[in-house]
Design a binder for this molecule. Structure first.
Ligand SMILES: [Zn+2]
Ligand SMILES: [Zn+2]
Length: 272
């Protein structure tokens, strides 16, 4: 059963913290440094100071004769990952009222669901029983307050159903305001690390190895096990909020597949 929470209490509170599965500021610092090292901006360029500006600095394109056409392009991959993270950080701050509204709307929907079908059914049953009883006796005698037991509960339930429908649509529209797939997720407890997925997908597109992606995102060197986890993440549904122009033709994402080692284990198991 959904956790019940007072609406007024929800409105007074701040939007809850989000567990995004990695340390955002640290990852921004590491990927910013890697982008500068890869030549994202010319030396002494003012844009080097700000990760958001560095992210925008490299104009990557496959237009014939124009801009950078390396494939894969490490600088573009790092820049897109950086953009994804700085955009998330900016949205978290500038669109805070939208996020709070989305979280509160989601909680309100949960409260509606929790009461839902049971609300007022006791009264309606009571009214129905009174009608059955009336059928057995002289109908000119009033046995119950028909308006209070039968008419008004139904009217209220119909109105609530309308409000519920409107809130559900509102909840969806509020989340569409965000560019970041992380913030488009419903406000419930179960979340996927969509920003982390987007960052891994951008880096993969830029030709960064699974092990280095893990290092850039988490700040620790990785073994084959973590490389497999990154591979699965890269192959999961696309979480990127913006795309390199040539992503469909040049270096599309792989499908989420088990690691070659896991496949071998399955093959060996089936042949024996
Ligand atoms: Zn490029
Ligand atoms: Zn009645």
């Amino acid at each position: 059963m959904a956790e019940r929470r007072c609406y007024a209490e929800a409105m007074e509170s701040e939007a809850p913290e989000i567990d995004i599965g990695f340390n955002l500021d640290d990852a921004i610092s590491r990927i910013h440094a890697a982008a500068l090292e890869a030549g994202a901006v010319p030396p002494d360029d003012g844009r080097a100071k700000d990760p958001a500006h560095t992210a925008e600095a490299h104009l990557h394109s496959v237009d014939p004769g124009g801009r950078c056409s390396r494939s894969p392009c490490r600088v573009a991959g790092l820049g897109l990952a950086l953009h994804e993270m700085t955009q998330f950080r900016a949205e978290l701050e500038t669109l805070a009222p939208f996020r709070l509204a989305a979280v509160s709307t989601h909680e309100l929907l949960g409260a509606f669901r929790a009461v839902g079908a049971d609300y007022l059914t006791g009264l309606l049953e009571h009214g129905k029983a009174a009608h059955r009883f009336e059928g057995q006796i002289d109908a000119s005698v009033a046995t119950h307050d028909h308006d209070l037991l039968c008419i008004r509960p139904v009217r209220i339930l119909l109105k609530l159903a309308d409000v519920f429908k409107e809130l559900k649509e509102f909840d969806g529209k509020l989340r569409e305001v965000f560019w970041s797939a992380e913030l488009q997720q419903p406000g419930g407890k179960k979340r996927g690390a969509r920003l982390l997925t987007a960052v891994c997908q951008h880096l993969y597109w830029g030709g960064v190895s699974y092990k280095e992606i893990h290092e850039l995102a988490h700040g620790q060197s990785g073994n084959n096990g973590v490389a497999d986890k990154i591979r699965m993440r890269v192959g999961s549904p696309d979480a990127r909020s913006l795309f390199p122009r040539d992503h469909l033709v040049e270096r599309d994402l792989p499908r989420a597949t088990r690691s070659p080692a896991a496949k071998k284990r399955v093959r060996r198991g089936s042949s024996s």
